[in-house]
Design a protein around this ligand. Structure first.
Ligand code: ADP
Ligand code: MG
Length: 277
């Protein structure tokens, strides 16, 4: 065994029985989402090639890789947002809580409530701050105290203190960073289990970005987060696990600290050291 291999061997955490109170390594917990042999085609073009990926619950999983490698396609497959893309074909399975989301009996509307999404550009409705959070929940049949739900969702999205005195103001009057936190509050109000985020900070300044990163870190105590980012520092800062994609393939997935210090694949090494991308 080479010195490098010996180092790698000793650095990999042992997957043995957990001591009481010990945080389980993602490899030993049951995934909440399992992507199994997923292929996505746009016409004849294969954008995702037989990808397998397990998403552990209440962790942040980052998906990184150069532009066009299929990150968004993979993310959108998890709550069937790809259904809206004309000419898309999907093979393989995405198992969420034990059910294939592509099975005929899966209701995509209910799926998207349980697996919410936050997009690259904040996209609040042209309504009040309050209505933005309340509306989707009410449309989904929420019967509880709506004021309480709005407050709780805004608090969880770390926006409450900034907006509590102006809930009737148009959401469009907020800054970009506040709008993005409002979109996160809107997603949270549906009480999802998984939050998919597609480059949620790419339209934001560094201060707003830092706030969203702090928020992601807090959210993972309750939600499972899958974060697509082209920003490797962001992946290193906020995620527990990182998946590296290249040209439609999932090259490698591991604990974030291992991906960024001792990647197992030379293509990952080349990408994280800035040799391409
Ligand atoms: N609606 C579409 N129609 C045709 N090709 C698409 C469509 N969406 C994405 N693609 C192609 O699929 C590949 C992966 O795209 P995408 O998932 O957006 O990658 P990323 O998010 O990593 O930039 C790219 O080559 C892109 O051009
Ligand atoms: Mg993308």
């Amino acid at each position: 065994m080479s010195a490098g291999a010996a180092l790698r061997e000793s650095a990999v955490p042992q997957r043995t029985t957990l001591a009481p109170g010990q945080t389980p390594d993602a490899d030993v917990v049951e995934p909440i989402v399992r992507v199994d042999q997923l292929t996505i085609r746009y016409g004849d073009f294969e954008a995702i090639k037989r990808v397998c990926l397990d998403i552990p619950p209440r962790r942040v999983t980052a998906i990184i890789g150069p532009s066009g490698c299929g990150k968004s396609s993979l993310l959108r497959a998890m709550n069937r947002m790809n259904d809206f893309v004309p000419g898309v074909r999907v093979e393989g399975a995405v198992i969420f809580n034990g059910q294939n989301v592509y099975a005929a009996e899966c209701d995509p509307v209910e799926l998207r409530r349980r697996v919410g999404m936050v997009f690259q550009r904040p996209n609040p409705f042209p309504k009040s701050i309050f209505r933005n959070v309340a509306w989707a929940a009410q449309m989904n049949g929420y019967r509880g105290d709506i004021n309480e739900l709005v407050e709780q969702s805004l608090r969880r999205a770390a926006l409450w203190d900034e907006v509590k005195d102006k809930l009737s103001l148009s959401a469009l009057a907020l800054s970009g960073g506040q709008q993005q936190r409002l979109c996160i509050a809107r997603a949270i109000a549906l009480q999802p289990e998984v939050l998919l985020m597609d480059e949620p900070c790419s339209a934001l300044d560094p201060i707003a970005t830092a706030r969203i990163e702090d928020l992601i870190d807090q959210l993972k105590s309750q939600y499972t987060v899958v974060l697509v980012t082209h920003n490797m520092q962001q992946a290193a800062r906020v995620s527990d696990r990182t998946a590296f994609m290249y040209m439609g393939e999932l090259v490698e997935v591991d604990q974030t600290n291992l991906i960024f210090t001792r990647p197992g694949n030379p293509r990952t090494q080349d990408y994280i050291t800035g040799r391409f991308g």
